[in-house]
Design a protein around this ligand. Structure first.
Ligand code: AMP
Ligand code: MG
Ligand code: MG
Length: 203
């Protein structure tokens, strides 16, 4: 069997999008309304920098009451914020500033595959723009959690609980979800350093 290529990860980029929604999950096209990313040093496990902005939805600018109840994101927090196209530019500039853009030794970390497999590619297709290359490699922390902890995968609250960590802030707030995901990541990296991506898209 060919040896699997193992890369030395230098930075984990913990990302958790929030998006427009309603209780019936019929909000189409879904649009990103919160875009938080934490730059976690894989050696020190410190968060060295944070990219965080709310995003104004353009197709359905009005948030539903359900969305505000679920995420804590109010109409005021998204109105007059940049659109996703502008935010993708701002994020790219942050990637350059943080010397991450052309660094092959980075890996996004998400809770589930939805953010980078469904949400971002779906909205980029709708907007007719390419998905930036760096978003095509990520680690789904739920899969890694169940492999390392040898148990079925739980949701975020269940994983925190199993690792004796507290759920800080508000679940379904993007920045709080990202911070809680980073706590799970740190604990798993102490058990197994250099955790590898779970998905690498080749397109
Ligand atoms: P999360 O990262 O778990 O907070 O979820 C990301 C996005 O998925 C949310 O911003 C919503 O758009 C959608 N979502 C999550 N949970 C629900 C739910 N129970 N009902 C409808 N949409 C949801
Ligand atoms: Mg999420
Ligand atoms: Mg979230």
């Amino acid at each position: 069997m060919a040896a699997q290529f193992v890369e030395k990860i230098e930075y984990y980029l913990v990302l958790d999008f929030e998006a427009t929604c309603d209780e019936k999950r019929t909000s189409r096209p879904q649009e990103i309304i919160e875009f938080p990313v934490l730059k976690v040093n894989a050696t020190t496990l410190e968060t060295e920098s944070t990219f965080h902005t709310y995003v104004t939805p353009t197709v359905h600018p009005q948030l539903t009451a359900f969305c505000t109840r679920l995420t804590g994101i109010t109409q005021k927090m998204v109105t007059d914020q940049p659109s996703l196209l502008k935010v993708l530019e701002m994020f790219d500039e942050w990637m350059v500033k943080e010397k991450l853009k052309d660094n092959p030794n980075i890996c996004f970390v998400t809770c589930g595959d939805w953010d980078l497999k469904t949400m971002l590619p779906g909205q980029c297709a709708y907007l007719r723009v390419n998905v930036p290359q760096y978003f095509k490699k990520w680690m789904n922390i739920k899969k890694v959690f169940s492999r390392i902890m040898k148990c079925r995968s739980f949701g975020m609250a269940g994983m925190l609980d199993k690792l004796n960590l507290t759920l800080d802030g508000r679940h379904h707030s993007g920045i709080d979800d990202a911070r809680n995901t980073a706590k799970i990541l740190r604990k798993l990296l102490k058990k197994e350093p250099n955790i590898q991506p779970t998905t690498v898209l080749r397109y």
